[in-house]
Design a protein around this ligand. Structure first.
Ligand SMILES: Cc1cc2nc3c(=O)[nH]c(=O)nc-3n(C[C@H](O)[C@H](O)[C@H](O)COP(=O)(O)OP(=O)(O)OC[C@H]3O[C@@H](n4cnc5c(N)ncnc54)[C@H](O)[C@@H]3O)c2cc1C
Length: 348
């Protein structure tokens, strides 16, 4: 059977790119080994225009954010399911200086599309926010598991729930042959597993382990609270709280130290006891050394591509960059230098 693109991986990256290709009439197959610990299935799914301890606009926010809501809404319309949660994010200030700085930001037109309100007083006795904070808009979270499942159904037979093994791959007469498929091109959307690939092992991935909790606690505002830790209300008094960042211990298991770190940070934010700890999950983010994604074509192999390296921000990055990757693959448009893997061709 002849196809245009064989994609490896149906996490957020493979799903978004696969959708764009299929929508354009391309014949695709997506192999996914159904790893429940993949980054996408563990992620909290937040999209947050102001990130980090210093609360700065996230990298490329003005390009990325206009694409996020329309893209996931399109997938909701396609599947008839709801997984996009548009929600404000409340970021308490840690000092009066920070409050002043944000009063200044509020006059800056480039912040207007992300700023709902700046509040100078505490929003609730349950919160540790004596200096008030900034309430962000154009933010929220994506319920990723139902989204991947719904898109899996949309792909139907084009999604093969099996492990892709390079040993079975051969290049013959201008096609990549794999288990009876003849593909014109391969696209690696397989997260951290790309490091083990014979094609993309040279790229400087810098995987980051993350742990995340679900717990019961009172106080269920209609916004996400985010300072040191984020807390998303999932319904029925259950909250998702995360995440940790670890570069050294990359095994998959949950750790006591991460649990304690998250609970301690939470107690610095919410002045209420945790009633019950429901789960602790871990995943490895497919991050890169320069914190920019990996898009592009292998330097020498014919028709072997990568769409990967979305680190801690796949939900925000993938709508915009899947469009860029699609245009590269189908319309032969260029990929921006800062995300193009050409930046690492001297590593081979
Ligand atoms: C704890 C935690 C919290 C996070 N929170 C957020 C957040 O709030 N917001 C946000 O934007 N991002 C968050 N992320 C990051 C987010 O998960 C990633 O940016 C994104 O999901 C990466 O998607 P991906 O498709 O590139 O990779 P993955 O999700 O890893 O998908 C790769 C896929 O390839 C498949 N695969 C690999 N090898 C093979 C093979 N040989 N054969 C077949 N299939 C294969 C895997 O099964 C998997 O399905 C978080 C991550 C973690 C771990």
């Amino acid at each position: 059977m002849e196809i245009d693109f064989l994609l490896i991986g149906q996490g957020l990256a493979g799903t978004a790119l696969g959708y764009r290709l299929k929508k354009a009439g391309k014949k695709i197959r997506i192999y996914d080994r159904g790893d429940q610990n993949q980054s996408s299935r563990i992620a909290a799914g937040l999209f947050n225009p102001v990130t980090g301890r210093k609360m700065v606009k996230t990298w490329n926010a003005d390009l990325l954010f206009p694409e996020i809501i329309p893209f996931y809404k399109e997938l909701e319309d396609l599947t008839g399911q709801e997984f996009l949660r548009e929600q404000s994010i409340y970021r308490p200030f840690i000092s009066i200086e920070e409050q002043n700085e944000w009063m200044g930001n509020s006059a800056d037109p480039s912040f207007q599309i992300y700023l709902k309100k700046i509040v100078q007083d505490s929003q609730s006795p349950e919160l540790n926010d004596p200096y008030g904070g900034v309430i962000l808009k154009n933010s929220g979270w994506l319920d990723i598991n139902p989204m991947l499942d719904a898109m899996g159904e949309y792909f139907g037979e084009d999604l093969v729930p099996d492990k892709f093994e390079e040993d079975g791959l051969h290049f013959r007469d201008g096609f990549w042959e794999y288990k009876g498929i003849q593909a014109k091109a391969l696209v690696y959307c397989n997260g951290n597993a790309a490091k083990q690939s014979r094609f993309f092992g040279f790229l400087p991935f810098a995987p980051v382990k993350g742990e995340i909790l679900e717990l019961r606690q009172d106080y269920c505002p209609d916004y996400i609270v985010n300072r040191g830790v984020f807390r998303v209300h999932l319904g029925n008094g259950i909250h998702r709280v995360g995440s940790t960042y670890t570069w050294h211990d990359l095994d998959q298991g949950p750790t006591e130290s991460a649990k304690n770190e998250l609970l301690e940070r939470l107690s610095g934010l919410v002045n209420l006891p945790v009633k019950e700890l429901l789960s602790q999950k871990t995943g490895i983010r497919p991050a890169t050394r320069d914190r920019k994604p990996f898009l592009g074509k292998h330097p020498t192999e014919q028709s072997v591509y990568i769409f990967n390296g979305f680190g801690a921000k796949g939900v925000s990055l993938i709508p915009f960059y899947s469009k860029m990757m699609f245009r590269f693959l189908v319309e032969f448009q260029p990929i921006e230098d800062e995300v193009n893997i050409t930046r690492y061709f001297n590593y081979i």
